[in-house]
Design a protein around this ligand. Structure first.
Ligand code: SF4
Length: 296
């Protein structure tokens, strides 16, 4: 059997542990109504996240700001590629209104990458953080941003998010093949290091998808790199091919291998490691935050 036939067979035979329940339930419908009612995008839908049902049913949604089209376009990502959409000046207010309507006390905000904007959209992140933090009830805000450096990064961090996340997405050896050419593995580490070193206290977080052809040594190296730049929360999950046009799955990593990585992460000093086939950056984000606060 050729490698490509083998990959096709593997994909058809998706292991049992990757089957997520179909979305449904009362809370799911409420979250969907709040998202649609405020004309908002979520990364849960745009990136076809397998945990959408579970997260929305627990009242969690990850808002995606700055439009639905990304100016980059990575080999693994389901988000559409295109020119940047006009900045929506009412977006921050609508996100905070949806957060209020959903009674969320922990919110994750992410975005597409906007290379067409001078600040990459950092001001829109800051405005959205400010709007959510201005609500009557106390809300913790996690942001998952592009690879900001310098003034745009400072602009986001000045708004004092509780958790700052930027994903390296894959191991160093596969980074150039899997991420858009404008990404650079070392720059992503610089973003995370600068956030960890920023004057105010912010918890830093990053994710790696597994199953793209990396070795255990590759993963161990990337975990070490993330610890070296001060990352406290690590997420490891199985990559799933969104469509046939995207990078193929090379391997399905077993739950026991994920457990071994979780133990390794704990031994390396991460404050919280979410390592499971369906773990995603924002999946159980509030739990990761709370757990990381109770480690010391
Ligand atoms: S930059 Fe982010 S949103 Fe854009 S294609 Fe890559 S992973 Fe997807």
């Amino acid at each position: 059997m050729t490698q490509s036939q083998n990959q096709k067979k593997q994909y058809r035979c998706k292991p049992e542990w990757l089957k997520a329940p179909l979305p449904g339930g009362e809370r799911y419908r409420q979250v969907r109504a709040a998202v649609n009612g405020h004309n908002l995008a979520t990364v849960c839908s745009e990136a076809r996240c397998p945990n959408l049902g579970e997260c929305w049913n627990s009242g969690t949604a990850t808002f995606m700001i700055l439009g639905k089209t990304c100016t980059r376009g990575c080999a693994f990502c389901a988000v559409s590629r295109g020119d940047g959409e006009p900045i929506d000046s009412g977006e921050a207010a609508r996100v905070s209104a949806a957060v209020e309507a959903m009674k969320l006390d922990y919110v994750v905000i992410t975005s597409v990458t906007r290379d067409d904007l001078v600040d990459g959209g950092a001001q829109q992140f800051a405005d959205t953080i400010d709007a959510v933090k201005g609500l009557r009830h106390n809300v913790s805000v996690e942001v998952l941003t592009p690879d900001y450096i310098g003034a745009p990064l400072r602009r986001v961090l000045d708004a004092a998010p509780t958790v700052f996340a930027h994903n390296i997405e894959t191991v160093e050896r596969l980074s150039a093949a899997m991420r858009h050419a404008r990404f650079n593995y070392r720059r992503s580490l610089d973003t995370l290091r600068a956030a960890a070193d920023f004057g105010i206290h912010v918890i830093t977080k990053s994710s790696i998808m597994l199953g793209l052809g990396e070795t255990r040594d590759d993963v161990r190296s990337s975990m070490r790199h993330l610890r070296e730049v001060g990352v406290q929360i690590l997420v490891l999950g199985q990559y799933l091919q969104p469509t046939k046009a995207h990078a193929p799955v090379k391997t399905f990593v077993s739950p026991s291998e994920f457990e071994a990585y979780a133990q390794l992460g704990a031994d390396m000093g991460f404050e919280f490691v979410a390592a499971a086939p369906l773990a995603r950056t924002s999946y159980r984000a509030a739990e990761a935050y709370v757990s990381s606060r109770h480690v010391k």
